[in-house]
Design a protein around this ligand. Structure first.
Ligand SMILES: [Zn+2]
Length: 157
């Protein structure tokens, strides 16, 4: 956790701080984590914070919840450079980073509604392949349709 990030976000006793999120992406990040509709998890956001690493960044803290590596890896398509601190008793207990694997497994449905992945009679794992990383290109493992980051966010399981 960088100092400027720490200053902007008040201390939390327990939870997760996600730093170096590209400015303006925090709502997508919360969507990916299934926290957008959460009415029980206290979440604080600092948006458009000046950053050395990114021009501007968002910082968020999620109280009383330690995000798992699997949850964090879902963020890789939105915030590949995010740095994550797990806080216990006001201290950084663990540092984690997000990892973009070769596929997103059971994260989102294919955006093509006629895709076999979306056929309820034929349950298949929801596989979106990372076809290229830079630039990021995601494709359905079954029909090959390109999926934008917004497609993923809009078709989360
Ligand atoms: Zn598909």
């Amino acid at each position: 956790m960088s100092e400027e990030g720490m200053r902007r976000v008040t201390a939390i006793q327990n939870g997760t701080i996600i730093d170096h999120v590209p400015a303006g992406s925090s709502l997508k990040v919360l969507g990916m984590l299934g926290l957008l509709d959460s009415r029980s998890t206290p979440i604080s956001l600092a948006m458009n914070v000046p950053s050395k690493k990114l021009d501007r960044k968002d910082v968020m803290k999620v109280e009383d919840r330690e995000l798992t590596q699997e949850e964090l890896d879902r963020l890789a398509i939105i915030a590949p450079n995010a740095s994550v601190s797990i806080i216990r008793d006001y201290r950084v207990a663990e540092k984690r980073s997000v990892v973009l694997g070769d596929e997103l497994l059971n994260v989102a449905r294919c955006s093509f509604s006629n895709c076999i992945m979306n056929n309820p009679r034929e349950p298949l794992p929801h596989r979106i392949l990372v076809h290229s990383r830079n630039p990021l290109e995601l494709r359905c493992a079954y029909c090959g349709k390109t999926q934008s980051v917004d497609d993923i966010v809009n078709h989360l399981i």
